[in-house]
Design a protein around this ligand. Structure first.
Ligand code: G6P
Length: 607
């Protein structure tokens, strides 16, 4: 993963490179670095840790120069130290890299045997030496890069500077995203359009295997066979303002609060309100012919997929498999002919999910993608593209993208059910009606923020926390536990409430808070029985339910969180809010870095 940016500018670039990195920190924040050409020399500044450390280093020792590259790192090879921070450089060449060079070991040995010395433990440094070696042998930068790209295996995007060419920037992409931005007399490279949003809206997306030579005379893109190619220039919708924090203390808080609006925006594109029907984009295949659906995703998107499995099986009676993307390919799944594989991703770039998508395509599956970044690799490789309209999500812990995914997946489940003849028009109307109630119900859930903030200290002192739920509240319990561990570093597990007695109940004592998700409804009594089994063993229960549920079952709990009474279909959308707010307030109480928790990154573009 990691974020990269490059500018061939008319004016000095280092401040703008740092601003670009701020917009890319979601891709990693273990270390950061920057390189420009000053008086015919490659000059670098690098710093361990967050970007502010690099900014301080640059304040103390500024870097002039009108061409430069910069990087924010999520460590894969080598600890997050200053020596391992990008850019990596020789006297002739400096470069930044996102991805993994899988064959770096033999390449490194080859270069060491020639007497070259390495100063980092990274896979990236070999690329700097390889390009440098070609240049030292007399190749032009263009020929040097063309030769080296053919020797690299793995997934990467690169931005490269050459000491002797202060009017040139070269970029390359294979497996990791890279865009070219066109400004007024300036040209840019970036991991995404968002990084370049304050500089330009005119963007070309490089395709797999593309590489690009940017000079003051113009920009030329080449394909993987080194043929000159044209890639369309699109006007990016990425807005600089979309990633401001506004009045909120953290992006995560802002994004939690945006949910009623972005869910409404998303639903609007999937619902015909006059006809009370769900509406999907035009399709090249029919759900009626799909015998089986395979759902694949990672992290929070995986839990959205788990909710979707419940819905698809319940409404459409279509068999669904659910896989974690990193396991999917390697377990050699049996995929039924004519089946549909459904991929869910906020970023559309998660390496495991993208690889799984390509695997499913190679096995002849129809590819449906639910994705928040419409220009992402997954979006571009879909047969059926189902965008979420959450807007840019900056907090590393996913919130609004998740509830937007759920909205799209509910509409999808209804449409599959209709096409398969398992849902009447009246039942479809009923689903549409409940979905349109979701934004208001989510607003009502947000109204309990202050109560949740008040009870957060009860959880903040725990070492372990359990989350329990049944039906679609089971994936929500898993998501609640994930949110808590991601940002507060408290060990948390989600369990199907009925499974507690088969092992996890042994963990219960009076130090373990148990968060129970139990909206009143058909599964309520059974969940409450499991909750009582916990209480009987001294477990400290926090019950999240509606007024009716709380009236029946709050006795003996240490705290309750009241939710509006909602139809079971939209309960996951509404109950997402208290679990997000609880994790958020616990993290704030513990003083962790809510938006950039340790060791994580938002977009995981390595396997
Ligand atoms: C990372 C993020 C998670 C996210 C997961 C999948 O681990 O920290 O919040 O759920 O990647 O990302 P995707 O972009 O594919 O939804």
């Amino acid at each position: 993963m990691c974020g990269i940016i490059g500018i061939l500018g008319r004016e000095e670039v280092s401040d703008r490179l740092v601003q670009g990195l701020r917009r890319l920190e979601y891709r990693g924040y273990d270390s950061a670095g920057l390189c420009t050409i000053v008086d015919g020399k490659l000059e670098r500044r690098r710093a361990e840790g967050k970007l502010d450390n690099l900014a301080r280093e640059l304040d103390a020792s500024p870097l002039p120069g009108t061409v430069g590259i910069a990087h924010t790192r999520w460590a894969t090879h080598g600890a997050p130290t200053r020596d391992n921070a990008h850019p990596h450089a020789t006297d002739e060449v400096a470069l930044v890299h996102n991805g993994i060079i899988e064959n770096f070991r033999p390449l490194r040995e080859e270069l060491i045997a020639e007497g070259r010395t390495f100063t980092s433990q990274t896979d990236t440094e070999v690329v700097a030496h390889l390009v440098s070696r070609e240049v030292e042998r007399g190749s032009s930068p263009k020929d040097a890069v063309a030769a080296v790209l053919k020797r690299l295996h793995g997934a990467f995007s690169l931005a490269i500077l050459f000491r002797q060419h202060s009017d040139m920037l070269i970029g390359a992409r294979l497996g990791s995203p890279l865009v070219v931005g066109y400004g007024e007399g300036e040209t840019y490279l970036g991991s995404d359009a968002l990084a370049l949003a304050p500089l330009t809206q005119k963007i070309s997306y490089l395709e797999e295997g593309d590489w690009v030579v940017i000079t003051r005379d113009g920009t030329q893109i080449y394909d993987r066979d080194d043929n000159p190619v044209e890639r369309p220039i699109t006007i990016s919708g990425a807005s600089a303002a979309a990633i401001e924090k506004g009045n909120h203390r953290h992006y995560m808080q802002k994004e939690i609060y945006e949910q009623p609006i972005v869910v409404a925006q998303t639903l609007q594109t999937y619902i015909r309100s006059f006809e009370q029907q769900v509406a999907l984009p035009d399709m090249t295949f029919s759900f009626a012919d799909v015998p089986r659906i395979t759902i694949v995703a990672c992290g929070t998107s995986f839990y959205a997929g788990m909710v979707a499995k419940y819905w698809l099986e319940q409404f459409a009676r279509v068999p669904c498999e659910l896989d974690i993307a990193s396991e999917f390919r390697y377990r050699e799944p049996v995929l039924e002919a004519g089946g549909m594989a459904l991929f869910i991703s906020q970023s559309g770039e998660t390496a495991d999910t993208l690889a799984a998508l390509r695997h499913a395509r190679a096995q002849g599956q129809k590819i449906a993608v639910v994705v928040n970044v419409p220009t992402s690799s997954m979006a571009r490789e879909a047969d059926l593209l189902l965008p979420t309209h959450a807007g840019p999500e900056i907090g590393v812990a996913s919130t609004k993208a998740f509830t937007c995914q759920l909205s799209v997946l509910a509409a999808l489940a209804a449409k599959v059910a209709r096409d398969k003849g398992k849902l009447t028009a009246d039942e479809e109307q009923d689903i549409v009606l409940h979905l349109t109630e979701a934004p208001a119900a989510m607003n009502a859930a947000l109204a309990h923020d202050a109560d949740i903030e008040k009870m957060a200290p009860l959880i903040a002192k725990a070492r372990d926390v359990l989350y329990l739920g049944r039906g679609t509240d089971y994936p929500m319990a898993l998501e609640g536990a994930l949110k808590l561990k991601e940002i507060s570093y408290i060990h948390a597990e989600g369990y199907a409430a009925g499974e507690m007695k088969h092992g996890p109940i042994a963990l219960i004592d009076d130090n373990v808070p148990v968060i129970v998700l139990a909206p009143s409804g058909p599964l309520f009594e059974k969940t409450v029985s499991n909750m009582q089994e916990v209480q009987a063993r001294g477990g400290k229960v926090v019950l999240i339910s509606d007024a009716e549920g709380l009236a029946q079952a709050s006795e003996g709990t240490i705290a309750t969180i009241e939710m509006p009474k909602v139809h079971p279909l939209i309960a996951p959308l509404v109950y997402a809010i208290p679990i997000q707010l609880l994790a958020y307030h616990v993290a704030v109480a513990k003083g962790t870095d809510v938006d950039q928790p340790r060791n994580l990154a938002k977009s995981v573009t390595v396997e």
